[in-house]
Design a protein around this ligand. Structure first.
Ligand code: FAD
Length: 427
């Protein structure tokens, strides 16, 4: 038993939603496109799960954050796919793929074939078991990758109201969840091995600002150590976390944000894998010509970094790579290499920052680190390659992204520090 489509998108997350909109804008016929997703809802803006979704009052719920509201475009509800003749195969996991035969097989035993496949399987949360920690399946241990995780986190927060939480991991999931927990009146301790939060991106000076801000909200940081085990109570719930340095922290719940792994397994021996993702060219095309990969699962060349292959885990990259793959498939005569500027953002409490480019080279900080209007540039070979800004206006964010697009040359570092965001606004 099987069905055949011209285009199949495997995965129903952010990239799938943006690819579907692009397909419809470029004109497809009813019955040509199918999206297969393990999740039971139409594609949605995943970042909402650690932000509006966790608010104690008037939390955001679907359908409010279906794609493509993140870029202020049409909100694609279930009915939109139906009206456009796009088959949404939801709640269905693909268990195997045969790239040479152009087929996918689902866990229900159905075979779906395609002329073009877009792999948009995203990533999964890394589990504590994979780091040798037992009992992370206890009911009060939460991860956050999909809607089901988010609903479980909300329930666990409600059961822990007025209590304590330990957040494992100092990346953006840990930081955003810690902020949400405090807003839900739960006292938070954050535990991570690095010397400061957001270690992959922040400089110590930038991290210091956010850590002080978090401390002012009552959040405690335990840095430079890791979780060693859980203490489990008679009710099978985690009662305390034990750290490698021997410390014991009593808790009512745990949130784990220790990184992700791209969902490449279906294609591991069929397509080229690089930097933990499926390797694609500038058209988002894999080593097999009818198969494309986009979003978190794709490792793609970044022109700004001299064509270096990178795998990004950011929503903007998911949206743009998805659109680019569709354009490459549907207008092959006009196709061109993607020229993507890496962009990442986060919002916590009333703070909000954006980052463009890469954080390599010499750093120049500027602005006021007390009032919260500050930023940084990263300079390599006398050119600005990275720009960070907290509390900027849309005009300022646009300006720093332009600086990165042109890799603005810089002669005088002291002047750059003095001008700060003004430097970008003058470009
Ligand atoms: P996903 O959105 O993860 O979608 C993958 C889909 O594929 C899922 O629906 C999954 O169920 C499905 N799937 C996987 N395998 C199979 C299979 N075998 N069969 C069927 N279906 C399958 N980025 C930012 O830039 N800023 C932020 O503030 C930010 N906040 C975030 C907050 C949270 C809580 C999370 C989890 C992520 C956040 N991100 C953020 C990252 C951003 O959401 C991702 O980069 C983006 O979702 C990637 O899109 P994607 O379509 O590649 O993957």
């Amino acid at each position: 038993m099987g069905r055949a489509f011209v285009y199949v998108i495997l995965g129903g997350g952010v990239a799938a939603g943006y690819a579907a909109l692009e397909f419809s804008k470029r004109g497809i016929l009813p019955g040509e496109l199918c999206i297969i997703s393990e999740e039971s809802v139409a594609p949605y803006e995943r970042p909402a799960l650690s932000k509006g979704f966790l608010l104690p009052e008037e939390p955001s719920r679907l359908p409010a954050f279906h794609t493509c509201v993140g870029t202020k475009e049409e909100k694609l509800r279930h009915k939109w796919y139906k009206e456009h003749g796009i088959e949404l195969v939801l709640g269905t996991r693909v268990k195997s793929a045969d790239v040479r035969r152009n087929t996918l097989t689902t866990t229900t035993g159905e075979t779906i074939s395609y002329r073009f496949l877009i792999i948009a399987t995203g990533a999964r949360a890394l589990k504590l078991e994979e780091c040798g920690i037992r009992d992370s399946d206890a009911e009060n241990v939460c991860y956050l990758r999909n809607l089901a995780d988010a609903m479980r986190l909300v329930d666990t927060m409600q059961n822990s109201a007025g209590g304590n939480a330990v957040v494992i991991g100092g990346g953006y999931i840990g930081m955003e969840c810690a902020a949400a927990l405090v807003t839900n009146r739960i006292k938070v301790t954050m535990v991570f091995p690095e010397p400061h939060c957001m270690a992959h991106l922040f400089t110590p000076k930038i991290a210091d600002f956010y850590e002080n801000y978090y401390a002012s909200k009552g959040i405690t940081f335990v840095k430079g150590t890791v979780l060693s085990s859980f203490e489990i109570g008679a009710d099978d719930l985690v009662k305390a976390v034990i750290l490698k340095d021997g410390a014991r922290i009593q808790t009512d719940m745990v949130v784990v944000g220790i990184g992700i792994r791209a969902n490449t397994t279906l294609f591991d021996n069929q397509l080229i894998i690089e930097k933990g993702g499926i390797k694609v060219n500038g058209y988002m095309q894999t080593s097999h010509k009818s198969v494309y990969a986009v979003g978190d699962v794709a490792s793609f060349p970044i022109q700004l970094f001299g064509g270096d292959i990178r795998r990004l885990e950011h929503v903007d990259s998911a949206r743009k790579t998805a659109r680019h793959a569709v354009a490459s498939i549907m207008a092959p005569e006009k196709r061109r290499d993607l020229d993507y500027i890496p962009f990442f953002y986060s919002r916590v409490f009333t703070l909000s920052w954006q980052f463009y480019g890469e954080n390599r080279g010499q750093v120049v900080h500027y602005g006021n680190f007390v009032s919260g209007r500050f930023g940084a540039y990263w300079v390599k070979k006398r050119r600005i390659v990275g720009a960070f800004l907290e509390g900027g206006t849309s005009e300022e964010y646009e300006a720093i992204s332009t600086v990165i697009r042109f890799r603005s040359p810089i002669e005088d570092m002291a002047q750059l520090e003095m001008l700060g965001v003004e430097f970008a606004l003058q470009i």
